[in-house]
Write a protein of this length. Structure first.
Length: 606
């Protein structure tokens, strides 16, 4: 039995036990709550699978006195029922052929409630988003309830699917393990030999690395998951000699490991011959090296790296001092044609700053101008620069050519020669970013998955902007008593920097708090859906709000933004692609706040 299955079934067991407790069994109720609290703590501590219990649930769970037994019991039961059903969705757990068995197992546990409690439960039921075979249960007497119980038990027995028994021989585990050990040893030797000063910045170097063989969608392959954890002991890789057919979605733990997870990947493992692509290849090392170098580069280091890459493209560069006197970073020449380059790494690239710089170049000379960005600037920025006859170049497009041509030694040689120019950060946000991006990409659109999208959106906002505030105070999913005015997220606006965008909106739009509204629509937002956000804009909160959407906004919504702005109300929007771009910017050390300023500027100038 996998650790994941053990904990999930234990959660079902305590759901059944909570439902069985009678009002006069006070000690048993408190004891069961303690067991449940301890179980949830361990699931969270070891990051085994996602749970989303509310504050009310935890307040009720941790109370050591009982004021209203029936109400408190239903609160716990209701949320456990919700979580257990949600865990059966693929964004939480992965398994095969056992869906019906566990649906009925949850329902059997649910029937431990009394007839009166079931009536109360159904009135306030928190219906799961992914509710398989929903059914409203109501009984007139114990006989009806017992008959239903027997019916479900019988149906559950008939629902058991005989799963393929997968047996991986000990000798096959040894073959896979041998390959992993060899690849990992080569990986460590290569890094320690070539990049000794930044060894620990690599995600799998000096770490406790664990590998697992799990089920895959295809019958022809397994999935090989490789996880990396911080370690105080010697760097190692371990292949677990167990086949995982009940396990969490990417990239939760498959074992009870409390150490911080640094990275993870999933590979295909061919069933017939156990072939898999080397996860620790030279190419992968060089890709990680490039990201480490850019992530920790100062502006001048980034300019010099861009200069090197452009030289490899055939450019010759004229005296840097002369070019800087002219107001741009680099002046290159290729095929007797001059080009001026402006490099954007950490310096501000908000639309107003870009326009100011672009206007100067546009008005002073006719030399071709290219703005080079170390992180993707977004389509709006590219389109804006085109209006000034300025081309945009993404640094990773230049870098990507070396990977396509399998010539990454050139990149390694340059970076290795310039390692003394960087000082790696102690905090690495790569894995957190990977998880957020995966969660966003895997979240379906539509009303059914609204709550998931709100949770993901709140986590993304915190990841992007938490360090902009003196203290990050956020309140999620606030509703009025009528449940018709829900603020998806409200964040107190206490900016660290008195010149930042947050300080500007606090002054100009009286934004004492920041409202973030999440719209999980499968189509672009129109003027009506965008205008609905304005119900949150009040004198008490301020005249500023942010909307996270999935597909962006249409022209009617843009016009609505302009109308609101004319009334001194600012509503800006970010779609999925922009959020992913901002997450990647954050990882590489770029402040995504420029994006907000650009959104405001675009509305003003239109």
């Amino acid at each position: 039995m996998t650790v994941t299955r053990k904990y999930y079934e234990s959660l079902i067991g305590l759901f059944a036990k909570i439902n069985s407790v009678k009002h006069n069994e006070v000690e048993l109720f408190l004891e069961t709550k303690t067991d449940l609290s301890n179980l949830i703590d361990r699931i969270v501590k070891f990051n085994l699978f996602p749970l989303s219990f509310t504050n009310l649930f935890f307040e009720t769970l941790h109370k050591r006195t009982i004021e209203n037994f029936s109400k408190e019991k239903i609160i716990l039961s209701n949320e456990l029922h919700y979580e257990l059903n949600e865990c059966l969705w693929t964004t939480r757990l992965r398994y095969g052929g056992e869906l019906l068995f566990y649906i009925y197992e949850i329902r059997i546990a649910y029937l431990n409630l009394s007839i009166e409690e079931i009536d109360e439960f159904e009135k306030d039921k928190k219906e799961p988003i992914h509710y398989f075979m929903p059914e409203v249960l109501k009984f007139r007497n114990l006989k009806e309830k017992t008959a239903k119980f027997e019916e479900i038990k019988k149906t559950q027995k008939n629902s058991i699917v005989k799963k393929e028994k997968v047996i991986i021989k000990k000798s096959d585990y040894e073959i896979i393990d041998g390959k992993l050990q060899m690849h990992f040893s080569d990986y460590k030797n290569y890094i320690s030999t070539n990049y000794p000063s930044i060894c620990d910045s690599f995600s799998y170097y000096g770490k406790n690395v664990r590998a697992y063989i799990t089920e895959a969608i295809s019958n022809d392959i397994f999935e090989l998951r490789v996880h990396s954890y911080k370690s105080d002991s010697k760097s190692s890789i371990t292949l677990k000699n167990e086949y995982y057919n009940f396990y969490p979605a990417y990239f939760y733990n498959l074992e009870e490991i409390a150490n911080e997870q640094i990275d993870a990947m999933a590979l295909t493992l061919v069933r017939s011959n156990f072939i898999f692509k080397n996860p620790f290849s030279i190419e992968n090392i060089h890709y990680a090296l490039v990201r480490i170098f850019i992530e920790n580069s100062t502006e001048i280091v980034a300019i010099n790296f861009a200069k090197f890459l452009l030289k490899c493209e055939g450019y010759k560069f004229i005296d840097t001092e002369d070019s800087q006197n002219q107001g741009f970073d680099l002046l290159g020449e290729k095929s007797n044609e001059k080009t001026q380059f402006e490099i954007y790494h950490h310096k501000s690239r908000s639309s107003n700053n870009l326009v100011e710089k672009a206007t100067k170049f546009y008005n002073t000379n006719s030399i071709e101008t290219i703005f080079v960005f170390t992180t993707f600037p977004g389509k709006d920025t590219i389109d804006l620069l085109k209006t000034y006859n300025i081309s945009s170049l993404f640094l990773f497009d230049l870098i990507g050519k070396y990977f396509e041509n399998e010539n990454t030694d050139v990149l390694s040689w340059y970076i290795k020669s310039n390692l003394n120019s960087i000082k790696p950060k102690k905090i690495n946000k790569n894995f957190e970013a990977l998880i957020l991006i995966n969660r966003l990409k895997n979240c379906p659109t539509g009303n059914k998955d609204w709550a998931d999208y709100e949770t993901i959106g709140a986590d993304i906002f915190r990841f992007l902007f938490e360090d902009n505030f003196k203290s990050y105070i956020a309140e999620e999913q606030f509703e009025t008593d009528l449940k018709n005015h829900r603020r998806d997220l409200i964040v107190s606006n206490y900016p660290k920097d008195s010149t930042s965008f947050w300080a500007e909106v606090k002054q100009e739009y009286k934004s004492k708090a920041i409202i973030i509204d999440f719209k999980n629509y499968s189509e672009k937002l129109n003027s009506t859906t965008l205008f609905s956000v304005t119900k949150y804009i009040t004198k008490k909160v301020g005249n500023f709000a942010i909307v996270f959407s999935r597909k962006g906004i249409d022209n009617t919504a843009v016009n609505e933004q302009k109308t609101l702005l004319s009334s001194d109300k600012l509503v800006i929007e970010f779609n999925d692609n922009e959020l992913i771009e901002m997450i990647n910017e954050k990882v590489l050390g770029k402040d995504p706040l420029d994006r907000l300023k650009s959104k405001e500027f675009e509305l003003i100038r239109r």
